[in-house]
Design a protein around this ligand. Sequence first.
Ligand SMILES: [Zn+2]
Length: 164
Amino acid sequence: MIPMVEGEKRGAVGRASKDPYSELEKYPEPTVCPRCGLVYRAGRWQVAKEPPTGRARESHCPACRREIDRMPAGLLGLSGDYLAKHRDEILNIARNQAASVAATRPLQRILWIEEKGGSIEIATTNPHLALRIGRAIRSACKGELTVKQAERDSLVRAYWERES
Ligand SMILES: [Zn+2]
């Protein structure tokens, strides 16, 4: 590895393996996702107002790949006594945030909401959605939000907690 100088970014050239979930991956236009119906046009995956005419290539969109592989890009953990008392309200905030981004950012989806003991894990296909949900919960319910991203790891983990 060539040592990095401050201010430089390491490019994709020579990378050992490419990210199969990259939202920056280019596809021939139009390409249709056979699973969710998104269409790749004008350089991005978008909700199709009408299906493309003629022959379109088929390929799973990055969000469906993550859904099929159960491979999150964002994980938000929720815990604390407050959660137990306000569970439904907090889950509604999460679902409403996901619904409000769905139209404009269709690659940002909730993969799962899992309840384990007194805590809840929300997995998303894009780190921004996990952060958006965490911030919305903090803004509505106060509490602490901690965000962690390991170096060389595209997975973002966030934790929200409020006791009493
Ligand atoms: Zn799809």
